[in-house]
Design a protein around this ligand. Structure first.
Ligand SMILES: Cc1ncc(COP(=O)(O)O)c(C=O)c1O
Length: 417
């Protein structure tokens, strides 16, 4: 039997277990020198800015908002299509969330929609480099400068991506990154703020370092969960564990995905696990993984080119757009095609797990009821939510990628014939 292919693949540093064992033996799992070393290496790699680590990418965002000291009740514009936690934390920081639409061809913030969403109360904008493609930053920066808005780039999906040669996170006033298991740099959790201005960065650091150190047991458990996750998504393990559930779900029309994600809820007061410092062991893993990042990015981009070639000529199918001035790192490889849900079921039955929506149309969520949306109904975000996400990631072998391309092409070709 050929192994089934999971929708996700974690980037795993071969030395992970050695690093954990060494730091455990030395009593440096929680506090230690790697935190500062990782921050320095991260900022050096970006080429500019001050890096401050945090318990999550979302907390890096939260500290940036606090450090910018925007007046309470100021409006902040976010894309209608993003991870719900980001606007939720803007609310916790005392800001009023306004949604602008995304361009469904790139999945990123539409500058024209941003411009129309601005009011006299607007103070900040969050260009989200969704799925690994940088936003149209020249247009967004021009609008932001004209209206004196702070620009905070959401780089959770996009570490390694560039816009006109500049790394994401270094174009606006600040950027933030996520180190969750499936993100471009996997530290089994954590995040980083990258801040242009030294005084703002110092305030971010004071906020992040004011938190308590995490409990050692919690960090050890987190690493264990990460280990289990990465075992479960290995093709042969996935084939006999989660995949049968997805396969049966495809027969009965159930959607088990909802159990995979964090429950959408108000985040005030902030959950306990958010208000912790980033531990040394995760920093040590991140520091070592930075050396592998370019290679992982390149492999993913190579797999994306295979998929472009396999699917790009099919009538009615559109593959991801990557304007010539940006590098796409394909955190997700999104394709539009007719009868999406039927196509997904057919692919699952042939052993290829396909995801349909990785983030949220936030303007539809009760949590943000009453938030202004420009334009009403966010049609671009709704269109973007119709895409399907084909497995393209660095831990796939070339043979596995070729198999994904062949099977998905077969299914898509049949349904567009
Ligand atoms: C678009 C986007 N922004 C921000 C985040 C937050 O990152 P973290 O989970 O590290 O808080 C995520 C996480 O998945 C995300 O998808």
């Amino acid at each position: 039997m050929l192994a089934a292919i999971s929708r996700y693949g974690a980037r795993v540093l071969p030395a992970t277990e050695d690093i954990v064992a060494r730091l455990k033996a030395g009593g440096e799992l929680i506090q230690g020198p790697h935190i500062a070393q990782f921050e320095d290496a991260f900022a050096r790699r970006a080429g500019s800015g001050h890096a401050v680590s945090a318990s999550y990418g979302r907390m890096a965002f939260y500290y940036i908002l606090k450090a910018l000291d925007l007046p309470r009740g100021s409006e902040i514009i976010l894309p209608a299509l993003t991870f719900w936690v980001v606007p939720a934390l803007a609310q916790v920081a005392g800001l009023k969330v306004v949604f602008a639409d995304v361009d469904p061809s790139t999945f990123t913030l539409d500058p024209a929609s941003l411009e129309r969403a601005i009011t006299p109360a607007t103070r900040a904008v969050v260009p989200t480099h969704l799925y690994g493609l940088p936003c149209d930053m020249d247009a967004i920066m021009a609008i932001a400068r004209q209206h004196d808005l702070r620009v905070i780039e959401d780089c959770a999906h996009a570490l390694g991506a560039t816009y006109k040669g500049r790394p994401v996170g270094t174009i606006g006033d600040a950027g933030f990154f996520s180190f969750q298991t499936l993100k471009p740099l996997n530290c089994y959790g954590g995040g980083m703020a990258l801040v242009a201005d030294a005084a703002v960065a110092a305030r971010v650091r004071a906020l992040a370092e004011h938190e308590r150190w995490p409990d050692e047991k919690r960090v050890v458990n987190r690493l264990l969960v990460g280990r289990v996750q990465r075992i479960l998504i290995k093709p042969w393990v996935f084939s006999i564990s989660a995949f049968p559930i997805l396969w049966v779900s495809s027969l009965i029309g159930a959607n088990p995905d909802v159990y995979l994600w964090e429950e959408i809820r108000a985040l005030d007061p902030l959950p306990d696990v958010y208000t912790e410092r980033f531990p040394n062991v995760q920093a040590a893993i991140g520091l070592a993984a930075l050396d592998e990042l370019d290679e992982w990015t390149e492999r993913t981009r190579r797999h994306a080119r295979v998929m472009d070639q396999a699917l790009g000529d099919l009538p009615g199918i559109s593959v991801p757009q990557a304007p010539a001035d940006r590098t796409h790192v394909y955190y997700q490889y999104c394709v539009y095609g007719p009868q999406r849900d039927e196509l997904v079921v057919k692919c699952v039955r042939r052993g290829i797990d396909i995801e349909t929506l990785h983030v949220d149309v936030c303007s539809d969520l009760d949590l943000f009821a009453g938030a202004a949306v420009e334009p009403a109904g966010a049609p671009g975000a709704h269109r973007a939510a119709q895409a399907m996400q084909i497995p393209v990631y660095s831990s796939l072998t070339d043979e596995q990628t070729a198999r994904v391309a062949r099977i998905v092409r077969g299914v898509l070709a049949q349904s567009t014939a």
